[in-house]
Design a binder for this molecule. Structure first.
Ligand code: PMV
Length: 339
């Protein structure tokens, strides 16, 4: 590729995420519980000798080169704007690390977009991680989170920050606004994430939920306390490894989100189907309105649940919790890469 230095290819890999408890209420200051899940985004990065920055996303089908304030779109014209947050991230990293050299970045992702699984945060985190490796900065998850948070603000307006935090750190986290978090014990379980394939806007759903809460102070208090009780119960269930109790709290959390007005016909259908299949728990995850639901299956029943969900026309993924979070490194000559 023009201007690229032959040789070292760096990579950053980041998982996806599901919010297990407390979405929407976290925006009002309540705690939430999120888990990193094994769906990967990989950013491959190569230093460019000409100082330009080029970013491509395989799944978006877009590739843009930025030089001297101009952008030259190589493919996927109408989607070029969706790369702006990553471009901002690269510029911030270059300023911060005082690097003149540009970069060539290719992003490959297994995470469905705009469906509540943290695809944008995972792209930002993997890109930030790969830049540290490319610019030979010692790997530091704190720096990765700081870089990714700027990009996330550009995508979501005023996000709680839960996505890029859990995606960078991995595992299961108790999270509060302002980036306050605590790692939680993570008993072994599989999740079936079920994608309705219906895109939605997180910003619009957050505004709708907040309007509903603000409409009646007594209702707001009641719902926030119920959400807080659910999260406290979840923390206890995780520490005891009590998946039965954890699942029950997921069903309860879904009912609360329904009342908030952020569920949908498809999401309710998935939760009902999960109950019929004797799953331990199920709820919508993330902003709602479409996107995904998450099901906690009884041990060994994940395949059956997945098959049934596919039969209903949805896209299921069986996932494990990702304990590692973001990683970065460089490929040797034999490693496969898109350059
Ligand atoms: O759409 P998602 O999965 O990124 O979820 C948004 C989660 C909310 O709590 C609704 C908003 C937020 O910023 O935390």
């Amino acid at each position: 590729m023009d201007g690229a230095v032959e040789g070292v290819v760096s990579y950053g890999v980041a998982p996806g995420k599901v919010i297990l408890f407390g979405e929407h209420f976290v925006v009002s200051g309540n705690p939430a519980v999120a888990a990193a899940v094994k769906l990967r985004t990989t950013a491959y990065t190569k230093i460019r000798s000409d100082g330009c920055v080029s970013i491509g996303s395989r799944e978006l089908g877009v590739n843009v080169t930025y030089a001297d304030g101009e952008s030259m779109i190589r493919s996927g014209g109408s989607k070029a704007e969706s790369l702006n947050p990553l471009r901002l991230l690269v510029e911030e990293a270059r300023r911060r690390f005082r690097k003149e050299e540009g970069v060539d970045i290719h992003i490959h992702s297994e995470i469905p977009m705009a469906s509540g699984l943290g695809s944008s945060a995972s792209a930002a985190v993997s890109t930030a991680a790969s830049l540290l490796a490319a610019y030979r900065i010692p790997f530091d998850k704190g720096i990765v989170m700081e870089l990714a948070s700027g990009a996330e603000r550009m995508v979501h307006g005023r996000p709680s920050g839960i996505d890029h935090t859990v995606i960078t750190l991995g595992g299961i986290l108790l999270y509060r606004l302002g980036g306050i978090f605590k790692p939680l014990p993570s008993p072994r379980f599989k999740l079936v994430v079920v994608n309705t394939r219906r895109f939605r806007s997180t910003g619009r759903l957050v505004a709708k939920a907040q309007e509903y809460l603000d409409g009646d102070p007594a209702r707001r208090r009641r719902m926030l306390s119920e959400a807080e009780r659910i999260v406290s119960g979840a923390v206890r269930s995780l520490s005891r490894g009590d998946l039965e109790a954890l699942g029950g709290l997921m069903y309860r959390n879904h009912d609360l989100l329904r009342e908030l007005g952020v569920s949908s016909r498809e999401l309710d259908l998935i939760v009902e189907a999960a109950k019929d299949l004797k799953a331990l728990g199920a709820k919508l995850t993330g902003a709602g309105g479409g996107g995904c639901a998450v099901v906690l299956p009884r041990r060994g029943s994940e395949m059956e649940i997945s098959v049934q969900m596919r039969g209903l026309g949805f896209e299921p993924f069986i996932v494990d919790v990702d304990e590692e979070g973001a990683i970065a490194g460089t490929l040797d000559n034999r490693g496969e890469h898109p350059f």
